[in-house]
Each structure stands twice: as C-alpha cells, then as structure tokens.
Design a protein around this ligand. Structure first.
Ligand SMILES: Cc1ncc(COP(=O)(O)O)c(C=O)c1O
Length: 449
C-alpha cells in the first residue's frame, strides 16, 4: 500500500494554500517529502534514504520500537490529565531527579520547550517579585509572546527590545568581544553580566532572572567558556535573581560526557531552574521545568492553581520513561561521546585542507563548523554554507542545517544512534563538495564578502 495519499506536487500546492507561509519548509526550492523514518534515516516517497544530521528531537532514533510500544500500550490503557493520581508522572519525575543535582527536585510537566520557558519566567518572577530578565545576544527561547520578548534572535526583527529585557554579549570565543587568546574569557564575559546588572540597578530596576542555553545553539553552537556560568550565577543571585538554564536542545546526554549541558560548567555550578523539551519525548510533545523547593513554594504561595491539560499525562510520561530506558540500555551517551569525538576529529583534519573551515567546535553529537571567507577577519561564509547544505541534500541525501547570526555555522545534532560510518560519510561528502567549490565556485565567496 502506498504510504502517501497525494502526489508530491499536490502536497506542496495544498501546503502553500492552507498552511501559513511563515511556517517554513527545509529546502524551500525543492522540499523533501518524508514518509517514514527509522534510526537516523528518513525515507522519501520514492523510498530514497536521507541521513538525518538535523533532528535532535528524535533523540534515540526515529520511530524507535520501544518508544512506539510504550506509547501504544499506555494509550490503550489510559490517558487522563494530572488531576488523577497516576504512577507514571511520579516515577518519571523520580527518574529525572536522579539525573539532576539534588536541589532541582520539583517538576512541572508541559508540552513544549516554549511552555517550559514561559513557566520558568513565571516561576522566576513570582519567586523574586521582580520582572527584569538578562538574556544572551542572538538567543532563542521559544515562540510564545513572552519568549519572543526575551529572544534577541526574534525581537530584533519585530517590535524590538522591551525595557525589562537586557542583552548580554554572547560568550563566543571565536567571534565575540573576548576570544580564544584571552587569559580568562569565562571571567571576562561573566563581568559583562555584572556590568549589565549594575546598569539595570542604575535605572532603578531589579533582576528577576538570567536565561541562557547551556550551549547556545541558534547563536552558532557556542561552547560557554570555563567558569562563566558559576560566576554569572554568583552575580545574578547576589542581585536577587535566579539562573535559568535552557536545556531544550542540549539535555538528555547529547553531549555524551554529561547528561545536562550545564554540567559541563563544573560541579560547583547548579542552575535554579532547568527547562527541557525537544529530545524528551523522542518526537512526542513532552517538556518540563525542574526547580528548587524554595522557588516552587513561592509559586504555590500565590494560591493560583497551575493546570496544564496535557502536560504530564500518563502516555507522555510512559514515553519519557521509555526514552530514558533506551538512552541507558543502548548506551547512547557512550555512542555520542565516541562518534562525536570521531566526527570532530575528522572535521578538524578537514580544517587543515580547507581554508574556509574557520573553527570546528562542540561536544558529543552537538557540533558546529564555522565557515569563513577569511580566517584572519573571520568573515562569515554564509553563501557557501547555504550551498553546502543544498548540495549535501541533492548529491548525497544528507540533511544538515545552518545557524549562527550569519547562518554560517553548519550544525550537527543527529539522532544519538548516529554511527561511525555515518560520520565518515558526512565528512567525505563535505570534503568533496568543498574541494569542488574551491576549484570552481570561489566567485561565490568573493560576493559573500
Ligand atoms: C533553546 C530553545 N529553547 C526553546 C525552544 C522552544 O521549544 P518549542 O519549539 O518546543 O516550543 C527552542 C526551539 O527551537 C530552542 O531551541
């Protein structure tokens, strides 16, 4: 039986007519129609296989049989809201608690990363009784209005910056104000937050929260310099605020070495609120906020019930539990460490052959290749990045995406079952295309500059 009910052109025509055009397609010039998926592979209407290097949502692999089985079994039995007692939500919260520092021991389940960050904002504001938020430049924290307000990546293109939002420099040691040759970029960037807090105080305002992704992704797969988060947390807390770590992209072992991205900043650092989403339900809408007893109590003290119709339902929590089981039983963190290191190593070798590769960075299966037209000036090679994405899809059926303020960073965040062979194939294909671009298409880059 055919898996599609419409021809590809019909699907596209209906989509153009019926779906809001601000909902963008990958490869808008020639979109891909995917009908099924398994592991790290996607299959189109002709049965052609694509290697998925984009989806950090399908964390343990597309359509993993254990996840499907857990979902179907629970769906067949019961799916209610959280106003009835049920084992799944408490067992799941308990399993999550075991992955986090002891003080992050109260959980609220929601349906998306945006809902999680919106609730984090409410928790912080209720706890501190203040409104102002510090965010990192180029950050994205979600699509709700409250989050557009704290996402420079979005608000710069829209209504602009609200008076209660303050933007700190992105601690990017490749392009930022303090670079890899600085003796202590962690301290230097943390001091920019301290200066910002002082500026906020001079305006007669007070900080409620500092929001940051543990490894800023939309900002371009940035690794926060060592010591940064602990110092920022110290400054923010002494100003009466709380530290919110957005782990929507980086949680659940993506970095291999650590279950949570913030743990890369050392054992002396613990956020006050952690938000999580994307990989949590392997594609099922499941997200969460973890916080401390004190913050949760302040939220309860306003006597307004927090009710979320779908958040934490038995099916979602059964799926969440199954995802945690698969991460453990298939040693996906170990795989992310090994395959990620191999991929990074191969890409770093490629950097010696291609001037256009300015930097290779990241950890586990969360990597970025920064493309530049000039290594000295670090000029973003935006057009080459776009061409590489297009040719990888057209010539090799490999799906990758770009990010960063200039869309010049090629991102790798594939399902965690990504293999050594996949890594080798990707690097061979990038090598071939870059060699070809360098030989034939350098004009494109001159225009880029
Ligand atoms: C860092 C980060 N936070 C929050 C969100 C919002 O998550 P969602 O799209 O599930 O609402 C995203 C989505 O891309 C994200 O990347």
């Amino acid at each position: 039986m055919a898996l599609d009910r419409l021809k590809k052109e019909e699907t596209l025509a209906m989509r153009m007519r019926l779906i809001g055009q601000s909902c963008k397609l990958f490869y808008s010039d020639d979109p891909v129609k995917i009908l099924r998926a398994r592991g790290q592979y996607l299959f189109d209407e002709n049965g052609e296989r694509y290697l998925d290097c984009i989806s950090n949502v399908h964390h343990v692999g597309h359509c993993h049989p254990s996840i499907t089985k857990a979902a179907a079994a629970q769906m067949d039995l019961l799916n209610t809201n959280t106003r009835f007692l049920h084992d799944n939500i408490v067992l799941y919260a308990d399993r999550l608690a075991a992955t986090l520092p002891e003080k992050l021991c109260v959980f609220y389940f929601v349906n998306s990363g945006s809902e999680a960050n919106d609730l984090a904002l409410r928790l912080a504001q209720q706890y501190t009784q203040q409104e102002d938020v510090i965010v990192l430049d180029h950050a994205y924290h979600g699509h709700l209005m409250s989050l557009i307000d704290i996402s420079p990546y979005k608000f710069r293109k829209l209504a602009g910056q609200k008076e209660w939002v303050h933007v700190a420099p992105l601690p990017d040691t490749y392009r930022g104000i303090y670079r890899e040759n600085h003796p202590n970029p962690g301290q230097a960037y943390a001091d920019t937050v301290k200066d910002l807090i002082e500026e906020v105080h001079r305006k007669g305002r007070k900080i409620s929260a500092f929001f940051a992704e543990s490894l800023p992704s939309v900002g371009g797969q940035i690794i926060l310099p060592r010591g940064y988060s602990a110092k920022v947390a110290e400054y923010v807390r002494s100003a009466g605020g709380v530290f919110v770590a957005d782990e929507v992209q980086t949680g659940f072992g993506r970095l291999g070495s650590h279950f949570w991205g913030f743990q890369q900043q050392g054992e002396n650092f613990c956020p006050d609120i952690v938000t999580m989403g994307k990989p949590m339900g392997n594609g099922h809408p499941l997200a969460c906020v973890a916080t401390t007893v004190e913050i949760a109590e302040a939220f309860t003290a306003n006597r307004v019930e927090y009710f979320n119709t779908f958040g934490g339902n038995p099916v979602s929590c059964a799926i969440g539990l199954a995802v945690l089981d698969v991460i453990e039983t298939e040693d996906l963190r170990g795989n992310a460490t090994r395959v990620g290191a191999h991929l990074k190593d191969l890409l770093t070798k490629l950097q010696t052959q291609h001037q256009i590769i300015g930097e290779v960075r990241g950890a586990g299966l969360f990597l970025g290749i920064e493309l530049v037209t000039d290594r000295e000036k670090r000029t973003p090679a935006t057009k080459t990045a776009a061409l590489l994405v297009k040719r990888l899809k057209e010539e090799d059926r490999i799906c990758v995406s770009t990010d960063g303020p200039w869309e010049s960073v090629l991102k790798f965040k594939p399902p965690m079952c990504f293999s050594m062979e996949d890594a080798e194939l990707v690097v061979q294909c990038i090598d071939r295309i870059l060699t070809d671009i360098e030989a034939n298409d350098l004009k494109l880059e001159k225009e880029d500059i």
